[in-house]
Structure formats: C-alpha cells, structure tokens
Design a protein around this ligand. Sequence first.
Ligand SMILES: *Cc1c(COP(=O)(O)O)cnc(C)c1O
Length: 344
Amino acid sequence: MPDPVVDLRSDTVTRPTRAMRAAMFDAEVGDDVYGEDPTVNRLQERVAHLLGKEKGLFFPSGTMCNQVAIATHTRPGQEIICDRDCHVFNYERAGASHLGGVQLHPLDGRHGVLSAQQVCSAIRPIELHEPPTGLILLENTHNRGGGTVYPQDVIAQIAELARAAGIPMHLDGARLLNASVASGHSPAILATPFDSVYFCLSKGLGCPAGSVLAGRADFIAQATRLRKAFGGGMRQVGFLAAAGLYALDHHIDRLADDHRRARQLAVHLRALNAFDVELDAVHTNIVMVDVRADFTAAAVAAELAAHGVRVSVFGPRRLRLVTHLDIDDAGVEWTIAVCKRLYG
Ligand SMILES: *Cc1c(COP(=O)(O)O)cnc(C)c1O
C-alpha cells in the first residue's frame, strides 16, 4: 500500500511544496486592509493582467469570491440564472439567498453547460410579478459536470443575450486555468465575455488557500467594501499571495499532466465491469465514475480506502476522482491496479 495514500478526493488536498514554502517564508508583507501588502498587490495586478481585467482582489476562498461578486452585481429581490449542478447552487450554504438576498433560477444543463436558448427563455420579462434577472452565472470548468470545459462559442452567444438585456455575467472559474490549458485558449480569452471572474489558487495550482477575483475598477472597489463586510479583509496575507505568485510561475503548465493522468484513469476504469465512465466528458482533471447496479458508491469508496486510494462519493452510484499536484504516475498506476484487482 502506498504511503501516503493516493488521495483523489479533490485537488484541494495538495500541500505546498518545499519551494512554495520557501517563497512564502521570504514574502515581503504589510497590512492588506490598508492596501499596503506589496506581495498581495503584485498578485492582484498579475491576475488582473492574466485575466484581461482592470483590477484583481485577493480572497480567502472561492466561495467568498462568488458571494461577494453576486452581492456586488445584484440587488436583493433579483434572480440569478445558473446551472442546477453549479457550485453556488449546491455547495455554498444558500449564501446567495441569505447573504445576497437573491434567488437562484437553476436550469438543467448538459454536464453543467447551458445552451443560449435555455438562458434566453429563462431571462425574465420586465413585469410586475416576476423577479428581475440580475445576473447570469456560469462555471468553467464545471465541477459536478465532471471537469467539463465550457464551449467558448456558447459562452459568446449567452454573453450576447446578456448584453442585449443589460444583465451582467459572472464566471465561477475556480478551475479556469484547467480550462485554459485544456482548450489552448488564454485565460483572458476565456474571461472576456464576463464582467467578473475568479480562479482558485488552492486547487490544481497547489496553494494552501486563496482565490483572486477580477473585473472593472469600479466593480472591484465595491467588491472590496463587501469583502470587508463579509469578514474577508486580511492583514499580512502576502504570505499566501507569495504562494499564489509562485504557483503562477511554476504550476500552470503542469496542469496538462493532471489532465493526462485523469484520462488514463478514465480509460482504464471504464474498461472494468463494475464501472462506467463517459469518456467524452473527461476534459480536464476530474473523472466521474458511475458504479454499476450491484455496487454502491459508498461501499466502493470504503473498499478503495482500505487499499490506500481515497475518492469522493458524489451520489448513490457516483464517485469523483480528481488528479492534482500530489498525484504522480505511480499513484495513478496503483489506483488502476487496485481497481482491477477488486473489480476487474
Ligand atoms: C472549489 C470550488 C469553489 C470554491 O471553493 P472554496 O473551497 O470556497 O475555495 C467554487 N466553485 C467551484 C466550481 C469549485 O469547484
């Protein structure tokens, strides 16, 4: 059994490398609530440039980026168009309704991808009874969708509708750099149709914490006020920003290795009788594995854990495996060998 175990539950489980820790240790810091942390300022400028936006703003988590973006774009009583499987609808403790005072209008996407027609019919008419549509929120890559990359032409069509209706667009780009590496489009190209976008440093990029939101200067000024209200104003946080800068230098291109390993897992697990994997939907570092009728996902996950492989249960019959910085070829080969032995 490998030591440590092969932990495929999420790309959030990565621990900072020795070199990243060294960069953090040496960070120049100041009080970021006063705007005086030089490392945070450098990271925010760097991310704004990378995403083709005017300004960036550092946050402790992706959830806070989404919630502050929602509260900045909308007014209470409005409605947000999103996909039913999206993170904001499923994993943010209904923050949009109790912090932002807005309701979500979830639509049934395919692997998390909505069509322009779906969005078009969901935009509310300006009318006495209906809640006004205040925001369109998309997710790229799509987590519950299985790490799917949103087709950029579909995003362009949706953005066209949004512009015509005067509705802002926010991108939950927790794994936007995975989408960029997989599609070959630059992060700025992927971000262009959106008024606001963020990505997580704490996932495939391997940082201990942090996300950066980007948008126009006036949007970021208002988001900075709300970040304070939400308790996200931090002080000498340049230690975390230094990890982010290190990751942007060293951990983007290697995401392609995570994608290659995810595909390798998908191909080999799909070949086993107990499992089914929709190969066409494996675009990046996430593999959704459906277990066949005589198994349950929970039982399979427990058995794999007993053999040194940790995976997430994503439904009664669904497992999620995620490759990341701390998963090497040996870990992937061990996982495939264990699955073959138990379920081949
Ligand atoms: C991880 C994730 C987030 C934010 O998660 P935090 O743990 O709050 O950083 C948001 N959206 C998606 C799609 C995610 O996968």
